[in-house]
Design a protein around this ligand. Structure first.
Ligand code: PEP
Length: 253
């Protein structure tokens, strides 16, 4: 057993009105407080406009909260955007950076992710940095190289800054598709990620960083994934919209 933090993180994406979100957060809080006996950390990533309300609602609870995205600039004329300082000012614990949907639909690159990571850490946010290959890249056996390039976004961070970074390996072909990477396939990539982090930093950083798996995680496959040597938790999409499924996943450590 290692000392890495065990994390169940729920990405709500563009789901839930405010009232629905409050209901879901209430259920998650109640179940976490009454049922969760392990030391798993629970993080939710609701839509931006719910963050202030849900932060207040979850005060005093074990649930942490973060944003699904942020802008890489500190401030300025970027209509419609949200800065790291704004997220810090409303007490956010975390921000998700580089989710594959942001890379796919909003042209996010490893370079823009690197800028975001730096600004987020400077403003005191913890980062969940998402990486993962497409099916085509895997079929072309480019998946290890793709991940190495994505991890370049961490270059230049200090070992102490890396304590505020969590990695999420999310093969794009497994997100929202119902197809999960096998526990062995996922663990193989997690080990590769740890080796790359060791090369970029050192062995201590590599052994300390929590690496989550994401891609159709459900209560019935969570235990198998969490039982693997290098899988420290999950970033959960669809199943995080059900309090029952989300907490059952968190109970699977
Ligand atoms: C995600 O969007 O990060 C995700 C893993 O989604 P799902 O669990 O629905 O595959």
């Amino acid at each position: 057993m290692n000392n890495r933090r065990k994390i169940a993180a729920g990405n709500w994406k563009m789901h839930k009105t405010l009232l629905e979100g409050q209901g879901l957060a209430h259920e998650i809080r109640t179940m976490a407080e009454t049922e969760l006996m392990n030391n798993a950390e629970i993080i939710i990533f609701p839509p931006f406009i719910h963050l202030v309300t849900l932060k207040k609602q979850l005060e005093g609870s074990p649930i942490q909260i973060g944003a699904q995205n942020m802008n890489q600039h500190e401030q300025g004329a970027y209509t419609g955007e949200i800065s790291a300082a704004m997220l810090s000012s409303i007490g956010m614990n975390y921000v998700l950076i580089g989710h594959s949907e942001r890379r796919q639909y909003y042209n996010e690159t490893n370079d823009s992710c690197a800028s975001k990571i730096n600004v987020a850490l400077a403003k005191g946010l913890q980062v969940v940095y998402c990486i993962g290959e497409t099916l085509e890249e895997r079929n072309d056996t480019k998946h290890f190289t793709v991940i190495e390039n994505q991890l370049e976004a961490l270059k230049g961070l200090s070992s102490s800054e890396m304590k505020s970074v969590v990695l999420a390996y999310e093969p794009v072909w497994a997100i929202g598709t119902g197809v999960t990477a096998s526990a062995e396939q996922a663990n193989e990539m997690h080990q590769h990620i740890r080796n790359v982090v060791s090369t970029l930093f050192n062995n201590e950083v590599a052994e300390g960083v929590s690496i989550l798996y994401g891609g159709s995680v459900k209560p019935d496959n969570a235990k198998g994934l969490f039982g693997m040597s290098d899988i420290d938790g999950a970033l959960i999409g669809g199943a995080a919209l059900s309090s029952r499924d989300f907490i059952d996943i968190a109970k699977s450590f």
